[in-house]
Design a protein around this ligand. Structure first.
Ligand SMILES: Cc1cc2nc3c(=O)[nH]c(=O)nc-3n(C[C@H](O)[C@H](O)[C@H](O)COP(=O)(O)OP(=O)(O)OC[C@H]3O[C@@H](n4cnc5c(N)ncnc54)[C@H](O)[C@@H]3O)c2cc1C
Length: 416
């Protein structure tokens, strides 16, 4: 059996390892287009803040790790998949093609380039790859003005590292609050206040009109109907898009990603997808969407690998959307249907001066979503209650009145 895996990120690596564990004799190749050993993007913030060196980002530390397991790692780029011939067309490597029996697409996503004049200036970078991280590290000096475009999940993850690296940071966010696709209004506004108290300038509801060259001092970031902000470095974090274009015509795509069923199979039964490139099942909504986080990538990869080996044996219940952010020491989180559901109740508690907030969302008497800020002790309980779909009975009203009784509720309903 020839297993070909496209993409050498966490999804690709975990799938290869799982396949090897299931089949000692199969031929397994990982084909990735980056000039690095397989690494984790999640570790980049730690690299930026100096807490680890580059090697610390590598997914497996030993140089002979993959060869020792009979897993071939090839550097090349997949350009096209001929599903009929079961062949991948490649560029940039020694071989021009790779033939497969089962194919896993684990090519992740890439940052979007916003249509801003000057966005291609040498002082502008994304923060997505190790190459980007090197460029940012070279460009950040203590006290240097840095502009971050976008206060979404990735923007907020790197924010702390930029501050730790000594940047004098301004954040420009188009939405009305920080992390608008993860945090509700109260939470987003508290997070903004927290950042401002830590010396970060945050402009929400603001749009970058242009980035202009300012000679030796860097660039000038022009805000629409607003000021011009000088910057030695600009980091663009305005969203990502799945790397699935090369599959056009081979499998069904949804929202630009590979539509992957409960087995993580695409519309072609021999082509599977995992991670940021996959439009997989959402546990909370039952719908199919991209959940661009590493735990989902790894979960997808394990299930896809089992089904590549043994068609259809393992099914995915769907990933619980869950994001946890550490923003200069303040932890915020979102779970499941954090915006709530039609006709559902909610229970919230706010301590604004203490930067503490929790909002629980219910559908009938089940917990279906939550936002928290400054409270970390309930993370496991919230996830457990959502994933277990426990009927809370009388505990639902108690939680509406006091959301901090989560642990008591959990013990009562799970030990009933
Ligand atoms: C700075 C940063 C911080 C993050 N922090 C967190 C966090 O704290 N928690 C969390 O859960 N998630 C985090 N993420 C997101 C997480 O890194 C991704 O969800 C995860 O990397 C997805 O893994 P993947 O294997 O699907 O894709 P990737 O890691 O993107 O790997 C895909 C690989 O495939 C390659 N590829 C693309 N196209 C082709 C092609 N045509 N041919 C061959 N190879 C190709 C890519 O270059 C890449 O090497 C972070 C991301 C970034 C950028």
């Amino acid at each position: 059996m020839r297993h070909v895996i496209l993409g050498a990120g966490p999804a690709g690596v975990v799938a290869a390892e799982t396949l090897r564990g299931l089949d000692a004799d199969a031929s397994i190749s990982i084909i990735g287009d980056e000039p690095e050993p397989p690494y984790s993007r999640m570790a980049i913030p730690y690299l930026l803040s100096g807490r680890i060196e580059e090697r610390g980002t590598h997914l497996r530390k030993r140089g002979d790790y993959f060869a020792g397991r009979g897993i071939e790692v090839v550097r090349a780029r997949a350009e096209k998949v001929d599903a009929k011939a079961k062949r991948v067309h490649l560029s940039g490597g020694k071989s021009k093609t790779a033939d497969y029996d089962k194919l896993l697409v684990a090519t992740g996503a890439r940052p979007l380039t916003p249509p801003i004049p000057g966005i291609d200036h040498a002082r502008v970078s994304s923060c997505w790859t190790l190459e980007d991280a090197r460029k940012i590290l070279a460009g950040i000096k203590n006290g240097a003005p840095v502009v971050l475009i976008g206060a979404g999940f990735i923007g907020c993850i790197i924010l702390e590292s930029l501050v730790a690296a000594g940047a004098k940071l301004t954040i420009i966010e188009m939405g009305e609050r920080m992390v608008p696709r993860m945090l509700d209004q109260t939470c987003g506004e508290l997070l903004q206040k927290w950042c401002e108290q830590k010396g970060v300038r945050v402009l929400t509801g603001a749009q970058v009109a242009a980035i202009e060259d300012a000679g030796k001092s860097g660039v000038s970031v022009q805000i629409k109907d607003g000021p011009a902000i000088p910057a030695e470095l600009v980091i663009s974090a305005t969203g990502v898009r799945a790397n699935a274009g090369f599959l056009e015509g081979a499998v069904k795509l949804q929202d630009g990603a590979v539509l992957a069923d409960e087995r993580l199979a695409s519309s072609d039964p021999d082509i599977f997808a995992a991670g940021d490139v996959a439009c997989g099942k959402d546990f909370s909504s039952g719908e199919y969407s991209v959940q661009a986080i590493q735990p989902t990538a790894v979960e997808h990869a394990r299930i896809a690998a089992h089904n590549m080996r043994q068609s259809g044996a393992v099914r995915h219940r769907g990933a619980v959307p869950m994001n946890v952010l550490d923003t200069i020491g303040l932890i915020s989180s979102s779970y499941g249907l954090w915006r709530g559901v039609d006709g559902g109740d909610s229970g919230a508690l706010l301590d604004a001066p203490g930067f503490r907030y929790i909002c629980l969302r219910f559908a009938e008497d089940r917990l279906v979503g939550a936002n928290t800020l400054g409270l970390t002790q309930h993370i496991g309980v919230i996830r457990g209650l959502i994933q277990g779909r426990f009927a809370l009975g009388k505990w639902k009203q108690r939680l509406v009145e006091n959301p901090l009784q989560l642990m008591e509720a959990y013990l009562a309903v799970t030990q009933a």
